[in-house]
Design a protein around this ligand. Structure first.
Ligand SMILES: [Zn+2]
Length: 415
């Protein structure tokens, strides 16, 4: 299976918005742009909500059938490891092997030695096409990278072979993710990690590094944009170089996790893709649920009541809801409106606080992050919440499609 040049991860907490999500990609297709939709969901999300990956598969299949989508589409077992991959195997054809927990675990000395032996030909000055500067690579540096990464890559190999044994090698796409770790990987580090991935026989088609700066859930990038631009371009160039050097799949490309709403880096990313004629996978999981809340609020009546109730409950259970996402949110609690204040809002006021429109004076990124991680509260409302999603389906769908198409696909791929 070969993943197309551009692909878009459309995670959906409650598996209700497959059709309006796909509608955004149909709009892109009408503009001549081919983007493969990938419905992704992690074990963490399924556990919090009480869904299974078969629900995600059904959502994708139903949306595709409803709209007669005749292009490829995929279902991604997002951030899986050996301990939970089995529950994803039947329903997935895209696997994101998460080995972040193994990064930094000291590798076997013999493995490090043979890795250094094999790759010490890159010591000295390393020039990579498309990057102005050169890299000074030392044997110590390769040793340090091997020491820190080989255990993780070998673990990825174990997961990959486990999936292969169950599904057959040609029946799925492999991503290796290292984004949920403390330290970003430098371009040089990524180069040698890709070497190790090739050695392990993993035909990775996407790789998700951790970039510098904050990729907080549902809000804009926080960090030095020019530094990110340089790093991203170097990573793109390194990927292209590694493909040639190590015989990795020709379509190997970067995958950006927590990629939704990073508006300030979309132009640099779009420029880099053009400059290097590179592909991209971007995961935007989670924000569709916020569009559901916006639609409910705009719908008024009991829709608005549910949106307000979600906020009130999220406020009172902040610690519990934020816990699993601690490293990917930054909420200034002093900027959160009180539940009493929110209760006075009309639907438009609620929607304008939550909608990611930085030009709007009411937009509140702290409220947005809290609600982003607050989906468990809606899951607990059960049928009441799902009935409201059905009742306000039209206005929710408009918001879901508009968010993906206008705020994400357009600036990334159509500028
Ligand atoms: Zn991730």
């Amino acid at each position: 299976m070969i993943l197309g040049k551009y692909s878009f991860g459309i995670g959906d907490r409650f598996s209700h918005q497959g059709k309006p999500q796909l509608a955004a990609l149909i709009k892109a297709k009408e503009q001549g742009l081919d983007i493969t939709p990938v419905w992704n969901k992690s074990h963490r999300e399924h556990t919090i909500i009480g869904t299974t990956h078969a629900d995600t598969r059904k959502e994708a299949d139903d949306a595709v059938a409803a709209y007669g989508w005749d292009r490829p589409y995929l279902v991604d077992a997002d951030h899986i490891g050996l301990n939970n991959v089995d529950e994803f195997i039947a329903s997935s054809d895209f696997f994101t092997l998460d080995v972040a927990d193994y990064i930094g675990k000291k590798a076997q000395e013999a493995d490090v030695k043979s890795f250094v032996q094999k790759y010490k030909k890159y010591t000295g000055t390393l020039a990579i096409d498309g990057i102005d500067k050169t890299f000074d690579i030392s044997e110590e540096q390769i040793t340090a990278i091997a020491d820190k990464s080989l255990t993780a890559v070998k673990q990825a190999g174990r997961i990959y072979r486990h999936i292969t044994a169950a599904k057959g090698a040609d029946n799925f796409i492999t991503e290796v993710s290292m984004d949920e770790t403390d330290q970003p990987q430098t371009p040089a580090e990524m180069f040698f990690i890709l070497a190790a991935i090739a050695d392990e026989g993993i035909p990775a088609q996407t790789i998700a590094p951790k970039f510098t700066g904050r990729f907080n859930k549902g809000v804009d990038y926080v960090g030095d944009v020019s530094g990110f631009t340089k790093e991203f371009e170097e990573d793109v160039a390194v990927v292209a170089f590694a493909v040639k050097e190590f015989g990795l799949p020709k379509n190997l490309k970067l995958s950006i996790h927590s990629g939704s709403d990073k508006f300030s880096i979309y132009a640099p990313i779009a420029n880099a893709l053009k400059k290097f004629d590179a592909g991209l996978h971007i995961k935007t999981a989670g924000t569709t649920w916020l569009e559901e809340l916006i639609g409910l609020a705009m719908g008024g009546g009991d829709g608005l009541s549910i949106a307000k109730e979600a906020y009130t409950k999220a406020m009172s259970r902040m610690g519990e809801l934020c816990g699993p996402y601690e490293s990917v949110i930054d909420i200034d609690t002093t900027k959160l409106p009180s539940a009493q204040e929110v209760d006075k809002w009309n639907g438009e006021r609620f929607a304008s606080a939550l909608r990611h429109d930085q030009s709007c004076e009411h937009y509140n990124p702290d409220l947005r992050q809290l609600l982003h991680v607050g989906y468990k509260v809606a899951a607990e409302m059960g049928t009441r919440f799902f009935d409201a999603l059905d009742k306000y389906e039209d206005i929710i769908a408009q918001n879901v499609t508009e968010n993906i198409y206008a705020r994400h696909i357009k600036p990334l791929f159509l500028k």
